[in-house]
Design a protein around this ligand. Sequence first.
Ligand SMILES: CCCCC/C=C\C/C=C\CC/C=C/CC(=O)SCCNC(=O)CCNC(=O)[C@H](O)C(C)(C)COP(=O)(O)OP(=O)(O)OC[C@H]1O[C@@H](n2cnc3c(N)ncnc32)[C@H](O)[C@@H]1OP(=O)(O)O
Length: 280
Amino acid sequence: MFLPRIVKRMSPLLGSRMSLNACRFASTDLVRTEVDDKTGIAVVTMNRKPVNSLNLELLRELSSALDAVEKNKSRGMILASSLDTVFSAGLDITEMYKPDQARLKDFWTTLQEVWLKLFGSGFPTAAAINGHAPAGGCLLAMSCEYRVMRPNLTIGLNETQLGIVAPSWFMSTMENILPRREVELALTLGKMFSTEKAHEIGLVDEIVDTKEEALAKCTEFIQLFARVPREARALTKQSFRREALQKLDRDQDLQMFIYLVNQPQVQKGLGLYFESLKKK
Ligand SMILES: CCCCC/C=C\C/C=C\CC/C=C/CC(=O)SCCNC(=O)CCNC(=O)[C@H](O)C(C)(C)COP(=O)(O)OP(=O)(O)OC[C@H]1O[C@@H](n2cnc3c(N)ncnc32)[C@H](O)[C@@H]1OP(=O)(O)O
């Protein structure tokens, strides 16, 4: 459950530029939200060790954080990770392997909700990709309008490599950034791009050395819109994204997901993959 702890104070504990400004904090264990009072930009930081795999609880808290950013009328939102080398490992395999059926339904519905809120948000969004971003992690980053990434990491939709299929709205999200042919190739290969390759093809907008620089670049991007009327910007962004958003038939997508995940060969594949991750 989202229980925001909101305090207003000067924070000598925070590093970099954030420390200069009064910040409001709305935090839970899994997601920390800090609004810089000077810029009005919210930094939403995922904090689920060891790899920010997206389980039901993390997704619920992300969903609540997005609601809070919307409600607070923040100038924009930066999505980041508290971990040193992982942005998000994507969906938590344990939610899909030998699942409790009621929870599985809740899990997928909440993922849809997070995507609808993030991809469809009116406020400007940017991802500070300070670690690897496979599959669902890549989806979150791609749902933002701008991506800044540290070097020597990986990002991509690797689902086919695991013997599963990325839902069509994952594909549409990548198609919002890259040419259709490039997307088809990336998805059929289950391609994980290096930071450098992702930058070359336009999946990532900038490469920087540190998380602090990534946050600063994301801030600069969001500040580009400072003088653009908020509503006009929001409606323009949402018009561009409407087709992808409307294409998601939530009920049908949920039924398909439940059916596919419960197939014995998919369960077997997920089990083997999970074991291979553990043995690594
Ligand atoms: C015809 C057939 C049709 C079939 C269609 C089927 C279904 C279609 C329906 C739905 C599609 C579902 C879409 C899914 C999208 C996804 O997001 S799936 C998840 C994909 N994610 C990955 O492949 C990433 C896997 N992880 C990694 O590559 C690495 O962990 C990392 C992120 C690069 C980090 O590496 P690092 O070395 O730092 O950490 P470790 O690998 O040592 O991991 C530490 C710890 O964390 C556990 N773990 C890692 N990833 C996950 C995860 N995604 N879920 C759960 N747990 C994870 C790992 O097992 C380690 O655990 P420990 O050994 O217990 O410490």
